[in-house]
Design a protein around this ligand. Structure first.
Ligand code: RP5
Length: 155
C-alpha cells in the first residue's frame, strides 16, 4: 500500500504539504516527487509508467496554471489519479481547477477543490480502505474526532 504525491514545481510544496501530513496521520506510506509535465516530460512518463510495478496504488498530483500534470499522469497509468488544482497568482487557481476538472471523456482525474491537498489524501485513504477494516476504522475515528471538535466549539 503506497501513494505517490507528484507536484509540478517545488513552489507547490506548501499547498501540497497537507497531503503527506494527512497520509502520515493515517500511517500510509508515500513518496513525494517534483516532476513537471512540460519541463520533465520524459522522466515524468518513466516514473508514472513504472508506478504500479513499484508498488503504488494511487497517485495524487498537484499543479497550478495550465495544470495538465494530473491529466498527463492519468494518460500513462490505470492507477487512480487524484488532482489538486494549486492556486495560481494570475487567476487565483481558476485556471488550475478548470484544467484539471475538464478532462475529456475516457481518461478520468478525480479533481479536488483549489488547494484541496488534505481532501486528496483523505480520498486516497478512502479508496485504500476498501476491503480494509482496520483503515476503515481509522477513517471512522477521524470523522468522530472531527465531529466532536465542531460540537465542542464555542464562539
Ligand atoms: C506549474 O506551474 C506548477 O505546478 C506550479 O503551480 C506553477 C508555477 O511553477 P513555477 O514557475 O513556480 O516553477 O507547473
Amino acid at each position: 500500500m503506497k501513494v505517490a504525491i507528484i507536484m509540478g514545481s517545488a513552489s507547490d510544496k506548501d499547498v501540497m504539504a497537507p497531503a503527506w501530513e494527512t497520509l502520515e496521520e493515517f500511517g500510509i506510506p508515500f513518496e513525494k516527487k517534483v516532476l513537471s509535465a512540460h519541463r520533465n516530460p520524459g522522466p515524468l512518463a518513466d516514473y508514472v509508467r513504472a508506478a504500479r510495478d513499484n508498488g503504488f496504488d494511487i497517485i495524487i498530483a498537484g499543479a497550478g496554471g495550465a495544470a495538465h500534470l494530473p491529466g498527463v499522469i492519468a494518460a500513462y497509468t490505470t492507477l487512480p489519479v487524484i488532482g489538486v488544482p494549486v492556486k495560481s497568482k494570475a487567476l487565483n487557481g481558476l485556471d488550475s481547477l478548470l484544467s484539471i476538472v475538464q478532462m475529456p471523456s475516457g481518461i478520468p482525474v478525480a479533481t479536488m477543490a483549489i488547494d484541496g491537498a488534505k481532501n486528496a489524501a483523505l480520498m486516497a485513504v478512502t479508496i485504500l480502505a476498501l476491503g480494509n477494516p482496520t483503515l476503515t476504522e481509522r477513517i471512522e475515528e477521524f470523522r468522530r474526532k472531527q465531529s466532536e471538535k465542531i460540537l465542542n466549539t464555542t464562539i
